[in-house]
Write a protein that binds this ligand. Structure first.
Ligand code: CO
Length: 140
């Protein structure tokens, strides 16, 4: 059973320009610095909102997994939804038992929040890429 929505992933050709847009247009100026996640092929920054975050992701390196997405959506667009779960392995195994496809090796990897994450193929979720992340410790 999934828990709260942790963040909405949005791909962008320029995190810096997206941060400026959220601040100038929407007044959302509580943002994190831009950090690179070379192993995942993305740079990320977060817009902090009262009930969650927007995760802005920009390609990092030539083998970035979001290059193809941005070729189809050159101005960027909504990329994934992320839900918290209490046990990432249990969630993965339950999804697999129901026939869902976990992307990559299926082994959780450490995501932008420092906790394990997995991704579920969009074909299993009405065309939406779903990220599941281990519920972060309180205060994070
Ligand atoms: Co995410």
């Amino acid at each position: 059973m999934i828990g709260r929505i942790n963040h909405i992933g949005v791909a962008t050709p320029s995190i810096a320009e997206s941060l400026k847009m959220y601040a100038d247009l929407y007044g959302a100026a509580d943002v994190t610095h831009i950090g690179a996640l070379p192993e995942q092929g993305v740079s990320v920054a977060f817009v902090n909102l009262p009930n969650g975050q927007i995760e802005l992701i920009e390609p990092y390196g030539d083998a970035s997994p979001i290059v193809a997405f941005l070729e189809k959506n050159p101005k960027g667009g909504q990329h994934h939804l992320c839900f918290e779960v209490d046990d990432i392995i249990e969630a993965r195994d339950a999804l697999r038992a129901k026939g869902a496809t976990i992307l990559g090796t299926g082994e959780p990897r450490i995501g932008a929040h420092g906790v394990p994450v997995i991704f579920v193929h969009p074909k299993n979720s009405g065309g939406v890429l779903v990220e599941l992340m281990l519920k972060p410790p309180a205060g994070h």
